[in-house]
Design a protein around this ligand. Structure first.
Ligand SMILES: Cc1cc2nc3c(=O)[nH]c(=O)nc-3n(C[C@H](O)[C@H](O)[C@H](O)COP(=O)(O)OP(=O)(O)OC[C@H]3O[C@@H](n4cnc5c(N)ncnc54)[C@H](O)[C@@H]3O)c2cc1C
Length: 471
């Protein structure tokens, strides 16, 4: 307990709010060792219960504390395929670190062992030292060829994991991705300043080294129907990992005015279409000066911080509950505040105001208070009658959630979905209502997290491998 928690070096908030470089700079080897040595190696391993893929956390921390970072990474990779990604974006304070005994003893989850940061260090060190050579050397299908063909639809974390595990089992795997680049939300949603795209690229290169074929600009349901992949193209099994990319809106007056965006569109233009490289990218972009972002999750944090980097002078984050109820990762909330995003808690948009040419020129909001807990377990927001006020804005970004992509269910007869549009799967195998068709990630769970999507991809791959071994 005498060893102080190791702070992660980061870019100065005033500087980073105007550049796209990664905010958190990562530990040095000495810091990673010191932080790992704070682990008490509890016999009950409570941290592992908080990890959706049950990484042997005390095991890898012990190796890291000894300076054996390669050994630590080996342990992490037994259960997690994307440690450089998860170390950066997992909501550790709600998962592994929430249950850490050190954090409990110090009565502060921020003082728990920084498991994610050590994980990130091990993965980054390996990447820097080997430039991917270590992975490449061990790449290539490790099992004998089965002669079976697997189609993977989408290329987010669920699909990357499923593709890797199917390729390693000896199947002939092809990814079909609607966009021109692979990676799903990791490339189109989460910004460069939080997750450098070089990391995602390397994961995709790793798949190619395993023999996975990739077809981009291929929209299953339009370019080809899912069932034709089986009936006409000879695929023996299909995995659907198409995510939750359908933005939800508020349904309020003025939402169709010029200057109102879904966070998905805003971030996709900025990240995937590189609108921030104005001299190089042809992507048209809207340069709001006074921006209101509606929502309190990671998407809202990313959109607000992106707006600052794209030249906004004022960014207001409008959230109808209080900060305690915010679903965003704690680190993103702190970073957004440090960078100058103005938090408007217990407020919500009532209508978007526009000028006579149809452009946004204000946001009418209401103040809220917290009532009784609702179905989500969080205290529900209750509008205060007569509390209307107007925020002076020219841009509104709506980040109030995403629903499942509807195209595949709509174009695939017999594919069962629940009332939210999520594909229904067998919880053991992730097989859908159509034999040989599996699904996982956000399209099954609804908008969730990277690590849960990865866990689903792995479970589905096990289901596919078992199914094909009997076929
Ligand atoms: C802005 C943002 C920030 C986030 N931040 C975090 C975070 O900090 N931490 C965290 O854990 N989670 C975060 N999440 C959630 C996380 O990214 C998702 O839960 C995760 O990416 C889901 O993975 P997936 O593989 O199911 O789908 P996705 O990553 O959504 O990938 C789906 C892919 O399928 C493709 N596709 C869709 N339809 C078709 C089709 N018909 N044919 C072919 N391809 C298709 C899409 O183009 C996409 O590439 C964030 C999400 C967003 C939007």
């Amino acid at each position: 307990m005498a060893i102080p928690p190791q702070e992660m070096p980061q870019q100065d908030p005033k500087v980073r709010a105007h550049n796209m470089n990664e905010v958190a700079l990562g530990y040095t080897a000495e810091m990673a060792k010191t932080e790992a040595s704070r682990c008490l190696n509890c016999p009950t391993k409570p941290c592992m219960q908080g990890c959706p893929v049950a990484i042997n956390i005390p095991g890898f921390l012990q190796k890291a504390a000894e300076g054996d970072f390669a050994g630590a990474l080996k342990i992490i990779k037994e259960t997690s395929l994307l440690p450089a990604v998860c170390g950066r974006v997992c909501p550790q304070e709600k998962q592994c670190q929430k249950f850490c005994t050190m954090g409990k003893m110090l009565k502060d989850v921020d003082k728990a062992v920084a498991i994610g940061r050590v994980e990130r260090f091990c993965a980054d060190l390996d990447r820097e030292n080997s430039a991917g050579k270590a992975d490449k050397a061990s790449a290539g299908p490790s099992a004998p060829r089965t002669g079976k063909k697997v189609a993977i639809i989408g290329s987010g974390p669920a699909s990357i994991t499923c593709a890797a595990d199917c390729a390693k089992a000896g199947h002939d795997v092809t990814i079909f991705e609607a966009f021109h680049k692979c990676g799903g939300v990791l490339v189109y949603g989460i910004p460069e300043f939080r997750l450098p795209k070089a990391i995602v690229r390397q994961e995709i290169d790793g798949l190619k080294d395993l023999g996975v074929k990739i077809e981009t600009n291929y929209v299953v349901g339009r370019t080809r129907k899912l069932k034709d992949l089986v009936a006409k193209d000879g695929f023996d099994a299909v995995f659907v990992g198409t995510g939750a990319g359908l933005p939800k809106f508020m349904g309020i007056e003025g939402e169709n005015l010029n200057g109102v965006f879904s966070a998905n569109e805003y971030l996709t233009r900025a990240n995937l279409m590189k609108a921030y490289l104005e001299d190089q990218a042809a992507t048209p972009f809207w340069h709001g000066k006074k921006v209101a972002v509606l929502g309190g999750g990671n998407v809202a944090m990313d959109a607000s911080r992106m707006a600052l980097r794209l030249g906004a002078e004022k960014v207001y984050l409008v959230y109808r509950r209080s900060e305690a109820e915010m679903p965003a990762r704690r680190e993103e909330v702190l970073h957004a505040k440090e960078e100058g995003v103005e938090f408007h808690m217990l407020e919500n948009a009532k209508r978007v105001l526009g000028d006579d040419k149809g452009f946004v020129n204000g946001l009418e909001c209401l103040k809220y208070e917290l009532g009784e807990p609702d179905a989500s377990g969080r205290r529900s927001p209750v509008a205060i009658a007569g509390s209307e006020f107007v925020l002076d804005v020219d841009t509104v970004i709506v980040a109030v959630g995403n629903a499942s992509n509807p195209l595949i269910p709509a174009t695939t007869e017999g594919l069962e979905v629940n009332k939210r549009g999520n594909i229904v799967v067998d919880p053991e195998t992730n097989m859908t209502s159509i034999p040989g068709v599996f699904a996982g990630g956000d399209i099954v769970l609804g908008a969730a997290t990277v690590i849960l999507a990865m866990g689903e991809g792995r479970k589905a791959a096990a289901g596919i491998n078992a199914y094909l071994s009997k076929k």
